[in-house]
Design a protein around this ligand. Structure first.
Ligand SMILES: Nc1ncnc2c1ncn2[C@@H]1O[C@H](COP(=O)(O)OP(=O)(O)OP(=O)(O)O)[C@@H](O)[C@H]1O
Length: 331
């Protein structure tokens, strides 16, 4: 996307939903866009396949400028961009098989090829036993699996996910995210998703854009963006991960320093804290801590209180930093 804006004009005035957004998604990656309600995420993702026409700016897909194509050419390109939705958008009077076959019917495929492709897709999303059911007979997670199978029927290069797990409970969300990740890894499918949930970004995304009031305020690899957030909104989302903020004030000893440590990758499991203080007179109290994963990378955060002489404390912090640990002294 290059300098995309989306302005809605209505009787009540105009709304600048997307403001000058430029971003590039690489083939094969899972790219997340996170923001609070009203940030402009839906408008942005709908501009990607021109479900909404940008008011200005360009959308390019595999080198072709979608925004300059005629309707017929655009429709052909759109077949290479699948989409799934928060409320699934299934045909309620059609069976699971018929829902999945719908794009193949539109593409004029023979009944035999349709049936073979639907069988493959049912297996891919784990719904072999449910092909003849109607959407009303399925759980939310199963409905989204049908949505995914339908979106993949025409073998798109990109899958757009519009809050695909927001209507699901946490356990079902995890199973749908695992399915998206395995499809990405198995088929090399590029996935672009919008969400307001950090769990979605943390568990499957490679890169992330943070949106606020129509703008992308921060962008980059997920670990970089959330371990060193620069913008206020990014910090709010990062705090959801760390759980180190808020609550009662922490106890402080006179002359001590509060230090927040970030561990990333294999160092998460190394005894670096022990190494940093073992030969000094510094005492170390662990006040809070978490160890988790961002996609496949382990990371940890610890809030520690270091007590001792100022020079010993500084020595311990320098030792931590020389081991590659990100040590942030808190005010
Ligand atoms: N069709 C429309 N007509 C007029 N205004 C709209 C339209 N669609 C969205 N908006 C407005 O554009 C702004 C961005 O909305 P959008 O739905 O893109 O945000 P969002 O981040 O996806 O929020 P949510 O998660 O609540 O859907 C909001 O102020 C919204 O009211």
């Amino acid at each position: 996307m290059q300098h995309v804006t989306k302005i809605y004009k209505g009787r009540g005035g105009t709304v600048d939903a997307v403001k000058d957004v430029s971003l590039k998604v690489e083939p094969g990656e899972i790219y997340g866009i996170i923001g609070h309600s009203g940030a402009g995420k839906s408008s942005l993702i709908r501009c990607m396949n021109l479900l909404e026409r940008p008011s200005s700016g360009k959308v390019l897909f595999g080198g072709r400028e979608l925004t300059s194509l005629k309707e017929r050419e655009l429709q052909a390109e759109r077949r290479r961009i699948g989409m799934i939705f928060q409320h699934f958008n299934l045909l309620t009077s059609a069976t699971v098989r018929e829902n999945i076959a719908f794009p193949l019917v539109l593409a004029g495929q023979s009944k035999r090829r349709q049936a073979a492709r639907v069988d493959e897709l049912l297996e891919l999303v784990g719904l072999q036993a449910h092909g003849d059911k109607y959407p009303a007979q399925l759980s939310g997670g199963q409905k989204q699996r049908v949505g995914i199978a339908r979106a993949l029927a025409a073998e798109p290069a990109v899958l757009l996910c519009d809050e695909a797990t927001s209507a699901l409970d946490p356990q079902t969300t995890s199973s749908i995210l695992s399915l998206l990740l395995s499809i990405n890894e198995k088929l090399g499918l590029t996935i672009i998703l919008i969400t307001h949930e950090m769990q979605v970004i943390r568990s499957i995304c490679d890169r992330v854009a943070v949106m606020d009031a129509g703008r992308v305020v921060e962008e980059g690899p997920v670990l970089d963006v959330f371990l060193r957030p620069a913008h206020g909104v990014t910090k709010q989302f990062a705090d959801e991960l760390s759980e180190l903020e808020g609550g009662a004030p922490l106890p402080r000893r006179a002359g001590s320093k509060l230090v927040r440590l970030h561990f990333v990758g294999e160092e998460t499991y190394e005894p670096v804290l022990f190494e940093a203080v073992k030969d000094s007179a510094v005492q170390c109290a662990i006040l809070q801590g978490t160890v988790s994963r961002m996609k496949h990378t382990p990371y940890g955060q610890l809030l520690v209180e270091l007590s001792g002489s100022p020079s010993d404390i500084d020595g311990a912090i320098a030792s931590l930093r020389s081991s590659g640990i990100d040590a942030e002294v808190l005010p």
